[in-house]
Design a protein around this ligand. Structure first.
Ligand SMILES: Nc1ncnc2c1ncn2[C@@H]1O[C@H](COP(=O)(O)OP(=O)(O)OP(=O)(O)O)[C@@H](O)[C@H]1O
Ligand SMILES: [Mg+2]
Length: 470
């Protein structure tokens, strides 16, 4: 078996693409999850800070006259992680804890509004504004103490930044681990279910194309009920049928060669018989004189049959050499070749316009005309028509092509032949090989045209040739 893998670069292999795509998609999903989660993390962190500040306020409220020493005050601020705590209660805004010195607050955030988009923008703002010299920010929010209007804390943003970056690092780490694990699982599963069977199918197709007659290269379908199983079964059946057809064609070709050889020798034998028959015509014996013409014509017919068969087997129609052919003179030539005198029992009426032309190979077109003409004349002579007439008409078609029609008033084509009229060796009623119309069709189709039987009955027969422009 030919390994397809060697034809594919590493990047193009289905399995590797799947692996990369899975990692990519899982990472993308993690990013989509990260955006809201980092915003939520910051919101929760700030709420926790406000909660810690509220506990510090409770400690102060527990002191007599709300007075605490400077040391305890710093300890309370330190444990809440803030520099100042301000509250608004009963329309009264007061600094509960913190230094009396003015603090240089650079940004203010209000987390009482929980608009999702604002939270995301603020979260990324915090991370982007991270600065070596940490800035001070003020955060306003609600607490669980409903008597309070709001609570404000002032602290260094650096703490928040650190926490957010730590959180992001963890998310990234978890994302990488999850995406790798998922990718490996998806990779292994898809490899087994899809990639390997597809490789097997591809290998079999390439191997089959290289040597279709070799039965070992036929795919052995796996026992699966899914689409891949159906593909394998169908491929196996198709390979089988193609192999049979090829074998049959080879047999037929061999047979054709053998028939050609036999025909060739038969023609030589008949040629000898023809010599004898020619000699017989010179004898005076009345019986011989009576029988010889039939004998001669039978031998002539047999020789023609051999020659036609040989010719058909030998060659496909050559590619036509197109030129502009005047049609009327060509039909005149055909009439001369068929040897139908004006006053004979069969007349050929050439009704083509004098200036009608076609884009065709003149020799090949002449063969077509001769075959159609000979068939008509033979049919009419066969029934001994006294006024047999083959009329040829024609006209240009859509300024681009040409139509030529052969109509006779002969006996019509026997119904049993009509179906397969244009197939070689498929029936003859005039002692021919049954090749004339097959050859005619081959030639006309090589010109890109059509030949059809348009009418046939006791009144006569009509063939139409349509030739396209060059
Ligand atoms: N104009 C026609 N009128 C009556 N029968 C026809 C006419 N043209 C064709 N046929 C019938 O169609 C048959 C097939 O014609 P075709 O030219 O293909 O082969 P053939 O004439 O039998 O043999 P070949 O042309 O090879 O010598 C003829 O045998 C004849 O019976
Ligand atoms: Mg014929």
């Amino acid at each position: 078996m030919v390994e397809t893998l060697k034809y594919l670069s590493l990047r193009n292999r289905l399995s590797n693409r799947l692996l990369l795509l899975t990692i990519g998609f899982v990472m993308l999903a993690e990013v989509l999850i990260y955006v809201p989660s980092i915003a939520n993390f910051r919101h929760t962190w700030l709420k926790e800070r406000l909660g810690a500040a509220q506990i510090a306020i409770l400690a102060i409220e527990a002191a007599p006259d709300y007075m605490v020493g400077e040391k305890l005050s710093w300890q309370l601020l330190d444990s809440a992680g803030v520099l100042a705590i301000v509250r608004k209660k009963d329309d009264n805004r007061e600094l509960v804890l913190g230094t009396d010195k003015p603090l240089d607050v650079e940004a203010r955030y209000d987390i009482r509004s929980t608009d999702w988009w604002d939270l995301v923008v603020d979260a990324f703002g915090t991370m982007i504004h991270q600065h070596p010299n940490s800035r001070l920010i003020e955060v306003t929010g609600y607490t669980s103490d409903v008597s309070m209007d709001f609570l404000q804390i002032i602290f260094e943003e650096e703490h928040l930044c650190h926490a957010m970056f730590n959180y992001s690092r963890n998310v990234l780490l978890v994302s990488i681990i999850i995406s790798l694990m998922t990718a490996v699982l998806v990779y292994v599963t898809l490899s087994r279910l899809l990639v390997r069977p597809v490789q097997k199918i591809t290998d079999s197709m390439i191997a089959f194309r290289e040597a279709p007659e070799d039965t070992r290269r036929q795919i052995v379908p796996e026992d699966r009920q899914d689409e891949i199983g159906v593909v394998m079964q169908e491929l196996s059946v198709m390979q089988d049928e193609v192999r049979r057809a090829l074998n049959q064609k080879t047999h037929l070709a061999n047979l054709g060669v053998a028939v050609s050889k036999i025909n060739h020798d038969l023609r030589n034998i008949l040629a000898s018989a023809q010599l004898v028959s020619d000699h017989l015509t010179t004898l005076k014996d009345p019986t011989v004189q009576k029988l010889t013409p039939r004998f001669v014509s039978a031998i002539d017919r047999a020789i023609r049959l051999c020659e036609n068969t040989l010719q058909y087997g030998r060659a496909e129609v050559e590619k036509p050499r197109l030129e502009t052919v005047p049609l009327k003179p060509l039909i005149d030539d055909m009439a001369i070749s068929l040897g139908c005198p004006e006053d004979g029992p069969v007349r050929i009426v050439n009704n083509l316009p004098a200036n009608l032309t076609a884009a065709a190979d003149p020799d090949q077109l002449f063969r077509v005309f001769l075959n159609l003409g000979r068939n008509a004349v033979q049919a009419m002579e066969h029934v001994r028509l006294n006024k047999g007439e083959l009329t040829i008409t024609g006209r240009p078609e859509d300024a681009s092509g040409t139509i030529i029609e052969f109509c006779d008033n002969g006996p019509g084509i026997p119904a049993r032949i009509q179906e397969s009229l244009f197939h070689p060796f498929h029936g003859s009623s005039n002692g021919g090989a049954g090749l004339g119309l097959a050859i005619a069709r081959e030639i006309i189709e090589a010109h890109g045209g059509h030949i059809t039987l348009t009418d046939s009955g006791p009144e006569g027969t009509c063939f139409r040739i349509e030739l396209p422009a060059a």
